[in-house]
Design a protein around this ligand. Sequence first.
Ligand code: SAH
Ligand code: SF4
Length: 311
Amino acid sequence: MLNLPTEMRVALANRLWPFELEAAQSADGGRTHKWLFRTADRASIEAVVMGYDNRTTLCISSQAGCAMGCTFCATGQFGFERHLDIGEIVAQVAYANAFLADSPIAGSPARVTNVVFMGMGEPLANYDNVVAALHRMIDVIDMAARSITVSTVGVVPGMRKLAEEGLQVGLAVSLHAADDQLRTSLVPLNKRYPLQEVIAAAAYYFERTGRRISIEWTLMASVNDTEEQASKLAEIARALQAHVNVIALNPTPLTSQQAPGRSSVDRFMEVLRNHGARATFRETRGKEIDAACGQLRVRSAADIAKASTSE
Ligand code: SAH
Ligand code: SF4
């Protein structure tokens, strides 16, 4: 609306967001920024933007909190607040684009080129809003569908439905364990949708969309970093022609699991590759600001608790 005076545009722009910025932190020499937003009804939303050489990736939330209760995840430990609506999901991308236009990350595109639904919440548990938000990102914000990745813990009906939407978005499946017993101990939803059903739905997604699945694996010391798990995972990945992304656990205040040491990461990756899986170990961005799933919220809630007890 360039026909309006600048002052009015600025005043309007500040009121357009469906949330307020409650906290912002930067890390990795300014290449990672994390935001905690707060809606009028006090729901928390977090997003992280990360600059790379030829892409700028934004990690967004689909729900405030999450009902899935994965034992190692800070968001899961907090429980479910509510679904985010379509505007609240899309506004995270618009906010990041507005931020980057003013303060680009040096050497990275000055707009969001990639979106991953790896912030708070289970996107396929908020299916209709997430799919509507995907359409808006593609049709209105002009993002390439192929540069958007939905990450799921294995909501099988949602995976199958998404396969039939005719969208070219990527699908990441958070597996974390290669047998039902271990997986159920980490991901309670595995009782409802066991591993074989999740794998079959992933295969269906690949078949329908032609897009290769990626498998997410959060590595935890002495839990899922064994050679046995690595070889079983490699078998699953090969059958799906999937790429495996391994990240080290970011320990949360409430989990008993520990991050793996460097040598067990190396051994795990070696076993995967020796068994013919395509796999990458992803260095965690923003470690010093707790940028992994759900962590900003923990810090902020802990600060709030501290503040209220010291009053
Ligand atoms: N609910 C979806 C998307 C949000 S979680 C899902 O589970 O896929 C995004 C990713 O963060 C998942 O792969 C999840 O396993 C990972 N994650 C959660 N807690 C983590 C932690 N403490 N350390 C490292 N990764 C974590
Ligand atoms: Fe929810 Fe994903 Fe965290 Fe599990 S890992 S509790 S599904 S946000």
